[in-house]
Write a protein that binds this ligand. Structure first.
Ligand code: ADP
Ligand code: MG
Length: 279
C-alpha cells in the first residue's frame, strides 16, 4: 500500500525575512529573520506589543513594502525582484488589505472607492459588483456618500468591501477594529469571518483583541521583531473545510495538526492566560 500524500497548499511563505530601517546614521532592525507559512483558506491572528513589528510584517506579506533581506512568496510567486508595477499587479490579483485607519480615498464616493480594484483590471462589471457588495455589507443606501459623511464603522465596512471586491486569495487586516466601538467592532469581525467562510479567502489579522485572536485557527505572537509563539492550526477538520471551500483544486489535500496545542485549548481556562495573550 502507498502512503497517503500530505499536501498543504501555502498561500503565503516568508523565509528569513529581516527589515532594517535607516534613521540618519543609525539603523533599526524591526524584523529579525522571520520565517512562516500560512495555509490557504485558513484564519490567523498576529499579536504582540506595540512596536513589535506587526504592521511592518503585514506590509511585507502584502507586497506593500520590501524586506531588507529574505524571501516573500504570495500565491506561489516570489515577490523579491518584482518592479513596483509587478507588485501592484500581484496585489490586484491576490491580495486585499484593510487598514486600521480605513484609508479610503476622500474624493471618491463609497461606490467609487469599492470599484477601484476592479477598474484597475478593466472589469466592466465594476459598478454593479461594487453596488452589490456594498448592499451585502449593509450600505446599499450609502453608495453616493463620501468618506467624510460616514461613521467609522461605515467607513471600515466600505474598506472591507474594497478589500474583498476582487476576491483576493488572501486578506490582511491591520487592527481592523482598533478605531471602533465594541458593537461596531463585533459587526466588522462578523463580516470578516463571514466573507472568509463564504469566499474561502485566507484571513491574516493583526489585533490586540484576545477574543478576536481566539476566533482564528492560529495565533502568532511577535516580540521585538521575532516570532516568540506560534500556536498551530486549531483542528484538521477546519483546515480541510477551509481548503475545500477556498479552491476545488485542493479538495484532496489532507492535513493534520494538534488540537491539544491549539489557542482554544491553551486559553480555555484562566483569565490570566487570556491577558497574557496580548502582552
Ligand atoms: P507594531 O505594528 O507592532 O506596533 P510597527 O511594525 O509599526 O509595530 O513598528 C515596529 C518598529 O519599527 C517601531 O519601533 C517603529 O518605530 C519602527 N518603524 C516602523 N516604520 C518605520 C519607518 N518607516 N522608519 C523607521 N522606523 C520605523
Ligand atoms: Mg501596528
Amino acid at each position: 500500500m502507498f502512503p497517503v500524500m500530505t499536501v498543504i497548499p501555502e498561500i503565503l511563505s516568508l523565509r528569513n525575512v529581516t527589515k532594517v530601517y535607516a534613521n540618519g546614521s543609525r539603523t533599526l532592525t524591526v524584523l529579525h529573520e522571520v520565517s512562516l507559512s500560512i495555509v490557504a483558506g485558513t484564519t490567523c491572528a498576529i499579536i504582540g506589543p506595540s512596536g513589535s513589528g506587526k504592521t511592518t510584517l503585514l506590509g511585507l506579506c502584502a507586497g506593500l513594502d520590501r524586506p531588507t533581506s529574505g524571501e516573500v512568496y504570495v500565491d506561489g510567486q516570489l515577490l523579491n525582484g518584482l518592479s513596483e508595477d509587478g507588485l501592484a499587479a500581484m496585489r490586484n490579483r491576490s491580495v486585499g488589505f484593510v487598514f486600521q485607519s480605513f484609508q479610503l480615498l476622500p474624493t471618491l464616493t463609497a461606490l467609487e472607492n469599492v470599484m477601484v480594484p476592479l477598474e484597475l483590471r478593466g472589469d466592466r462589471q465594476a459598478h454593479s459588483l461594487a453596488a452589490a457588495l456594498l448592499e451585502r455589507v449593509g450600505l446599499g443606501d450609502r453608495l453616493q456618500h463620501y468618506p467624510a459623511q460616514l461613521s467609522g464603522g461605515e467607513q471600515q465596512r466600505i474598506a472591507i468591501a474594497r478589500a474583498f471586491i476582487h476576491q483576493p486569495r488572501i486578506l490582511f487586516a491591520d487592527e481592523p477594529t482598533g478605531n471602533l466601538d465594541d458593537d461596531t467592532s463585533a459587526q466588522i469581525i462578523q463580516l470578516l469571518f463571514t466573507l472568509n467562510q463564504e469566499v474561502g479567502t485566507t484571513l491574516v489579522l493583526v489585533t490586540h483583541d484576545a477574543e478576536l485572536a481566539q476566533r482564528t485557527q492560529r495565533i502568532i505572537r511577535l516580540r521585538g521583531g521575532c516570532i516568540v509563539d506560534d500556536w498551530p492550526l486549531r483542528c484538521s477538520d477546519q483546515i480541510g473545510e477551509s481548503i475545500n471551500r477556498g479552491n476545488g483544486d485542493f479538495r484532496n489535500a489532507i492535513s493534520h495538526s494538534s488540537s491539544l496545542n491549539s489557542p482554544a485549548h491553551r486559553f480555555s481556562g484562566s483569565s490570566k492566560e487570556k491577558r497574557e495573550l496580548d502582552s
